[in-house]
Design a protein around this ligand. Structure first.
Ligand code: AMP
Ligand code: MG
Length: 425
């Protein structure tokens, strides 16, 4: 017999324990953004690989310039101009300087860079001057030698720069480009399909006749999956007929790694989903989670594929998807961090009626003037209410308890989106 009324934590643990083996593919660097690294990036050279100037100025010998000041400028002979990307041709000797640009290689003999602003004879940057007699006056010196970029000061040969499991963002792409990656190993994106069940449903393109409603769960869950990196397809509506649903699920399971249904998982006369899952040979992992909204939920395993049966109530399916399906989809793509952490926030209104189940209340979280997180529980917390999901960027976790939670109390929240800035006076 399968488990019933599992806790939220237990549900996530069961789901994560049933993630099938991950698959890997090569993609081009351009296609890698938003994917998860399936290999570690190890530096195969020092970065920088040569000593270079961090600014535009003159490469000098510290010995020559250490006492330079505005009152006692020191004259040096400019022997060379070194643009970025060029190799210096000459070695600096006593009394000599080389005009050097940001990123250019330090000439041999130089150990200090003097920025243009600390020199006289500032000339237009476009003016080339390589005349043997060109002289420069140094009017200030750093306190010690060595103010140039050293070999390996950024990254050392052999260092693990980015580890497997990292989401590839723009910064990661910069690292990959630095080490010459044209292809990169990433975890495959899971293919998922979403079916909305219910005889009352019509497609979003249709005008519902009396008693019917448009299917909003299919599009919204598909969108959630896509935001988390899955290749998700909205499979449309299935009617509450066992053999029809069974047929649809079986053919979907042949093609997709993850199948999601909404509706039909409660105890109503037409709540057929759990039975259908069993009829097609899926093993039920659990049915019902001890939380609101989203108590009705069934998760099953068919071969190494997972079927999520979410509640039909729009907020319940959305929140269950955030809490459970997201973790699964992220882990299936190789992400290391798949749990959304609880963070503390100060409640700005009170939460009345306490029930015997853990609750996740739709809420708006913001950063106040002192930089602290504040959170306001939104009105209308029924699982059938859809509108306030648009504003909700957080869920307040209210454990099953007897006491009421008041304004000013600290509560645990889960951030669904980044907090805004608190604007109330
Ligand atoms: P069920 O889970 O099938 O008992 O459905 C619970 C509630 O959610 C009912 O009021 C349904 O009409 C509604 N509902 C079910 N599926 C959807 C859907 N795909 N889009 C919007 N509402 C739905
Ligand atoms: Mg239904």
């Amino acid at each position: 017999m399968y488990k019933q009324y599992v806790s939220v934590t237990e549900a996530v643990e069961i789901i994560l324990a049933n993630v099938p083996p991950l698959e890997i593919e090569d993609v081009t660097l351009q296609m890698a953004i938003g994917r998860v690294l399936a290999e570690s990036v190890i530096a195969d050279s020092h970065i920088p690989s040569f000593e270079k100037s961090p600014l535009d100025g003159y490469a000098v010998r510290f010995e020559d310039v250490r006492r330079a000041s505005a009152n006692a400028p020191i004259k040096l002979k400019v022997i060379e101009e070194i643009p970025a990307g060029h190799v210096p041709l000459k070695q600096l000797c006593a009394g000599e300087a080389a005009r050097i640009m940001t990123g250019a290689m330090l000439p041999k003999g130089a150990d200090t860079i003097i920025k243009f602003e600390d020199t006289h004879l500032q000339i237009d940057a476009n003016q080339h001057f390589l005349g043997d007699n060109r002289q420069i006056e140094i009017i200030a010196s750093p306190k010690s030698a060595g103010n140039y970029a050293k070999i390996g000061e950024d990254m050392n040969n052999g260092d693990v720069i980015v580890a497997t499991g990292k989401l590839i963002d723009a910064a990661t792409v910069a690292i990959l480009a630095t080490f010459g990656y044209q292809q990169v190993k990433v975890y495959k994106q899971p293919c998922a399909i979403v079916f909305a069940s219910g005889d009352e449903l019509v497609d979003a393109s249709e005008k519902p006749t009396i008693g019917k409603i448009r299917n909003s769960n299919g599009p919204s869950i598909t969108a959630q999956l896509q935001l988390w990196g899955a290749r998700a397809i909205d499979g449309g509506i299935v009617h509450d007929k066992k053999d029809l649903v069974a047929q649809t699920l079986l053919s979907a399971l042949e093609q997709y790694q993850v199948v999601i249904t909404t509706g039909g998982v409660s105890v109503g006369d037409y709540d057929i989903m759990k039975e259908v899952y069993q009829e097609i040979g899926a093993e039920i992992l659990f049915w019902r989670v001890a939380m609101r909204p989203g108590t009705p939920m069934v998760v099953a395993k068919w071969k190494d594929k997972i079927i999520f049966g979410l509640s039909g109530n729009p907020s319940a399916s959305y929140i269950s998807c955030e809490l459970f399906v997201r973790a699964f989809i992220l882990k299936l793509q190789g992400h290391n961090d798949v749990w959304r952490p609880f963070v503390k926030a100060t409640l700005t209104n009170s939460i009345g009626k306490v029930v015997d189940q853990d609750r996740f209340l739709r809420a708006v979280c913001a950063i106040d003037r002192c930089g602290k997180l504040v959170v306001e529980s939104l009105p209308k917390q029924k699982s059938g209410v859809l509108a306030n999901l648009v504003d909700a960027n957080a869920l307040i976790y209210v454990p099953a308890a007897n006491s009421q939670i008041n304004t000013g109390d600290m509560v645990d929240i889960i951030l669904l989106k980044p907090p805004g800035v608190y604007v109330h006076e």
